[in-house]
Each structure stands twice: as structure tokens, then as C-alpha cells.
Design a protein. Structure first.
Length: 445
């Protein structure tokens, strides 16, 4: 299939917009999902896992920023791995990235549906989640500038709400609550909690996928990545401590004590222990907390559209998916396909499994990108790199080591989602490779 070399995306994103996207992609991870790692790891297990995963992300982000600045392509890791190792590695990495960005939004859509359901009990969660896919797909079709402005707006509100939540809860935390049943399954719980520690930061790599739409990417991509990871590390720390410290980890996992049903809403559960469910602050958290979910949902839809676009214009998906809309300059067909796949995934009804599968895709992306980083440093030392990742090679080696341990642990503790992921990765890679007619990537201009 002929490569769509004439397909162009509009350059309109500056550093502030990139901060909004970088934080927005991830911020829903502060509002839900991470608490599902507490039954396995407890406070201490999840805290230790989060500490190491945070270290991995900080080191990974700077290596990834170097790649994004040197090769500013919409495919992100797909393009980096393909350039470093050839079409085969590019396709495997691109498939993993596609899986991540396809399965994270349905998990978030479930949480959006649950939040809306609190206000409108007559509306089924699944209906709300499907409607969210339609609404935000349309918004992304209209234009990247409009989408990024909306993302910045709701991200700012979501950050402010997390700071308000911390301000209300921190004066009420009891240090002893952080030690209650802190390691319920021993040190193995650290490894079992890894996918949910990843969920705190999953998605920040999506910034690389808008490099083609960034003004002066060699400078602004670095600013976007750096400001985003700094913001997210601070928010992660205060959200974790202020949530668990109110009444212990079980209070933000199980809505009804004594029952095993888990909740996707840890922050409202913590706040209700202080102000009750009728207080204005509680309802404010529900309302603005929805903004945090929408920010990540909307942002990941945006990034996923660019991944699908790149696969299409390199011939691995049908060519029409690789053509931006002539009027809107956005990957319209790619966005529509992703929405259809996401709505189908919603029918599974399993938030935890969707999160885990998305994390498998993310860890594969991180591993392959870090290996590609080392390969390109050796293979193309003269490649123009507007930004050079610091602390080479130690920091990148540490990130790679943590990523390898994380992947092994995830397969050990999540064999069923792991096998589903492997089946999807293998099927997608073989199918994409069977359509290869040209190299998966081309030299950056």
C-alpha cells in the first residue's frame, strides 16, 4: 500500500498546551484505579511499587523526550523503534502502543459513567461511557487547537481540585492509618501492585505523538515533558498520602466495610469520612473530579488517533486511516475507528483488566523505546538531537531495569490479562507486518 507522505498535520501547540496535554493524559490516574492495587500491596506495598515506578518514569521521560525531539513523528515509539531496529521492531512497538491507547480510554470511560451515575442514577453506566466516546471523538475531529484548549481548561480545574482535596484531608490524616495492614500479602504485594502504580503515570508518553503538531518541537516537547512529570510526581505523592491517611487503605477500596466489592472512587470515599456525603465539598469533588477523568479520556483519544494515523500512512492499516481530514487537519477516520473499538471494549465491563492490559502495552512501549534509545545513540551518533537526555547511560539503564522487572511481575501476577495481551500483540503485529510494503519509518527531516 502506498505510503501517505503528503499527509500533513497542523502545527499549533506551544509549551502551555503541551503541559495541559501531558498532565491531562495522566491525571485521571490520581482520581481512580490506583486504589485497586491496595488489596494486593497494602499501603507499604503500593508505596514501594510507586516509588520505583516514579523513578522509572522520570528517567524514561527524558530519554523519550530526546527521541521525540530528534524524530518528531506522530507515531512516537513506533517510529523510534522502526528507525533503530527496522520495520519488525517498529511494528511490534507500534502495536503495543496502539493496545495501550485503545484500552486505557474504555477503563476511564467506565469511571466517567460511574461518576455521572452518582448524579443521574437512571442513566446506565455503560450508556454514559459510550456517549462519552462519541462526544469526545467529535471534539477531537473538529481540530487539535480546539481539543488542546479544552484539555488545558479541564486539566487546570482537575489539578486545582486535587490541591483542594489535599488541603481538606491532610490536616485530618493520622500517621497510624498509613501503617494499618500495610503489607497484607508480604513483600510479594509490591510486585502485584505494579500495574496500579503504573496507572498513576500511564499516558504521559502521548506527548510524543503530537510532536508533528508542536511549534518548535525541539524546544517545546522538552518543556512539555519536564513540566508535566514534575507536576504529576507532586500530585501523586500528596494524593496517595492524603487519601490513605484519613482512615486507612481499606476505607478507600471498599465502599461497604465487610464486603469485597471495590470502588473506582477513592477520593470521594476518603473525603466522605471527613465532611460526609451531603457537604458541598463532597459534591464539588464529584463534579470537578469528573473533569480529571475527562481530561485523561479526551487526551488519550487524541494521542490514539495519531498512533492509528501513523500506522495507516505507513501502510499497516488501510490507507484512508492515514489521511488527515482536508478541512479539520485531524485524523478523522482514525479517531472514528478507535471510538468503535473502545465502545466494543466497554462491553467487557472489567475496569481492572482493561487497566492491566493497557499497562502491559505501556511497559512494552517503555522497554522497546529505551532499547531504541541506546541503539540510536550507537547507530546514529550524528543524528541532530535538539535535547540530550541527562545522566547517560546510568539513568536510562535504571529505567530499563525497572521496566523489565515490572513486565515480569505483571505476567506473574496477572496471567490471564497477560495472555490476552500477548494474543493481541502477536495477532496485531503479524497482521501489520503482512501489510508491509515499505520501511515502517523514514528519516526525519
Amino acid at each position: 500500500m502506498e505510503q501517505m507522505t503528503d499527509a500533513k498535520l497542523e502545527r499549533s501547540l506551544g509549551p502551555l498546551m503541551l503541559w495541559g496535554l501531558g498532565v491531562g493524559y495522566v491525571i485521571s490516574g490520581m482520581y481512580f484505579g490506583w486504589n485497586l492495587g491496595l488489596p494486593a500491596g497494602g499501603t507499604l506495598g503500593l508505596a514501594v511499587a510507586t516509588l520505583f515506578i516514579t523513578l522509572m518514569y522520570v528517567f524514561f521521560v527524558f530519554a523519550y523526550a530526546e527521541l521525540a525531539c530528534a524524530i518528531p513523528k506522530a507515531g512516537g515509539a513506533f517510529d523510534y523503534a522502526g528507525r533503530a531496529f527496522g520495520p519488525g521492531m517498529g511494528i511490534v512497538t507500534g502495536t503495543a502502543q496502539w493496545i495501550e491507547f485503545l484500552f486505557a480510554p474504555p477503563a476511564i470511560a467506565f469511571a466517567i459513567g460511574a461518576y455521572f451515575h452518582e448524579f443521574f442514577p437512571a442513566l446506565p453506566v455503560l450508556t454514559i461511557a459510550a456517549a462519552a466516546f462519541l462526544v469526545f471523538t467529535i471534539l477531537n475531529i473538529v481540530g487539535v487547537r480546539a481539543a488542546a484548549r479544552f484539555e488545558l481548561f479541564i486539566t487546570v480545574f482537575a489539578v486545582i481540585e486535587l490541591l483542594i482535596f489535599a488541603g481538606v484531608t491532610l490536616p485530618h490524616i493520622n500517621p497510624t492509618h498509613l501503617t494499618l495492614n500495610a503489607l497484607p500479602h508480604g513483600w510479594s504485594g509490591v510486585f502485584a501492585a505494579i500495574p496500579f502504580a503504573i496507572w498513576f503515570f500511564l499516558g504521559i508518553e502521548g506527548l510524543a505523538n503530537v510532536a508533528e503538531e508542536t511549534v518548535n518541537p525541539g524546544r517545546n516537547i522538552v518543556l512539555g515533558f519536564g513540566s508535566s512529570i514534575a507536576t504529576l510526581v507532586i500530585l501523586c505523592a500528596i494524593t496517595f498520602i492524603s487519601s490513605v491517611g484519613v482512615a486507612g487503605w481499606e476505607a478507600i477500596v471498599y465502599p461497604v466495610q465487610g464486603l469485597s466489592e471495590t470502588s473506582d472512587s477513592p477520593l470521594p470515599l476518603a473525603l466522605s469520612r471527613i465532611v460526609g456525603k451531603d457537604h458541598l465539598l463532597y459534591h464539588l469533588l464529584l463534579t470537578v473530579g469528573l473533569f480529571g477523568l475527562i481530561a485523561s479520556f479526551h487526551g488519550l483519544i487524541l494521542a490514539a488517533g495519531r498512533v492509528t494515523l501513523e500506522l495507516g500512512r505507513n501502510g499497516h492499516l488501510p490507507g484512508f486511516l492515514g489521511r488527515p481530514h482536508s478541512r479539520f487537519k485531524t485524523p478523522t477516520a482514525a479517531l472514528i475507528l478507535n471510538a468503535v473499538v473502545g465502545i466494543i471494549a466497554l462491553l467487557s465491563g472489567k475496569t481492572s483488566e482493561l487497566i492491566t492490559i493497557a499497562c502491559f502495552g505501556a511497559i512494552t512501549l517503555y522497554l522497546n523505546s529505551l532499547v531504541s534509545f541506546f541503539r540510536l545513540r550507537k547507530k546514529e551518533p550524528a543524528l541532530h538531537r535538539p535535547f540530550i537526555a541527562p545522566w547517560y547511560p546510568l539513568s536510562q539503564a535504571v529505567a530499563l531495569g525497572i521496566a523489565i522487572i515490572s513486565l515480569i511481575s505483571m505476567f506473574y501476577f496477572n496471567p490471564k490479562p497477560g495472555m490476552i495481551y500477548i494474543a493481541m500483540l502477536a495477532t496485531g503485529s503479524i497482521w501489520f507486518y503482512s501489510r508491509t510494503r515499505i520501511p515502517a519509518t523514514k528519516e526525519a527531516s
